[in-house]
Design a protein around this ligand. Structure first.
Ligand SMILES: [Zn+2]
Length: 271
């Protein structure tokens, strides 16, 4: 097989904020990605407004854009009315039989630790309570849930998921202690890695430790990366580099690795 042929494998960007790209860029971004071999994307949301934009994108790109609806943990928690509106809107999508996941939800690791370093008080309570309600919703509607819960927050997220018997959980851009990793693997929960797997030792270690069948690849675009990607715009095409790095770390062929990761992501999200 030539290098050209072996470079052609299908992939899914399992976590991207398409709505965070400029409105005039979104369609081009998706069209280019699909043309390059991207089979689908999982478009995650940060609040109700973002969820609405992602639903419209999903309707226009049926079967190739799985939306996830939620409230991002690194921004302030919504007020009671805003939260009620978001949850009611998600339930309406469920009653209409639409395809979607819950996310991006989780815990504010970066906001909390920055506040603590600066000596500012930070109340994690409302974030824990909101995550608990999202976990309950995911379990009740039997939807996949996308989590932003890293380092010591991972165990707290595991507690919430276990409390509600959540079956399908995806910890995106995961990094965390071995104890959490063991717990997540035992539950059959998934993690995804970003292009920083190319240059971050802790992420490379995670890939070595985590079963391939539970791994997905993502860009978290438009987030920009360092190392070989410094100054480069993030597009779903970077997922190909993630898959190549995973293949190398697992000691497997690129096509085999890509095939397993594609199937895993399709099965998990129900594409
Ligand atoms: Zn994200």
């Amino acid at each position: 097989m030539t290098a050209e042929q072996s470079a052609r494998f299908g992939w899914i960007d399992a976590h991207i904020h398409v709505d965070k790209y400029a409105p005039e860029e979104r369609e081009r971004l998706l069209a280019e990605a699909y043309a390059e071999g991207c089979e689908a994307v999982v478009g995650v949301s940060v609040n109700l407004e973002s969820s609405r934009v992602n639903r419209d994108l999903a309707l226009r790109h049926a079967g190739r854009f799985m939306p996830a609806y939620g409230h991002h943990p690194e921004i302030p928690v919504p007020g009671p009315e805003e939260e009620a509106e978001l949850f009611a809107w998600i339930r309406k999508r469920h009653e209409a039989g639409e395809r979607f996941a819950i996310g991006e939800v989780g815990l504010p690791y970066y906001t909390r630790t920055e506040a603590e370093k600066a000596g500012r008080p930070f109340d994690e309570g409302p974030h824990l309570q909101l995550l608990d309600r999202f976990a309950a919703l995911a379990a009740e509607l039997d939807r996949p849930i996308v989590l932003h819960a890293v380092y010591e927050d991972a165990e707290k997220a595991c507690d919430a998921l276990e409390r509600h018997g959540v079956r399908r959980a995806h910890f995106h851009w995961f990094k965390g202690p071995e104890s959490a990793v063991r717990r997540m693997i035992a539950r059959g929960w998934h993690v995804s890695v970003t292009p920083d797997v190319v240059y971050e030792p802790e992420i490379r270690e995670l890939v070595r430790a985590y079963p391939l069948e539970l791994l997905m690849a993502e860009t978290d675009g438009p987030w920009q990366y360092e190392g070989p990607y410094a100054g480069r715009a993030t597009t779903p095409a970077l997922v190909r580099d993630v898959i190549r790095a995973v293949a190398e770390l697992k000691g497997l062929g690129v096509n085999e690795t890509a095939g397993v990761m594609l199937e895993t992501t399709k099965r998990f999200y129900g594409f």
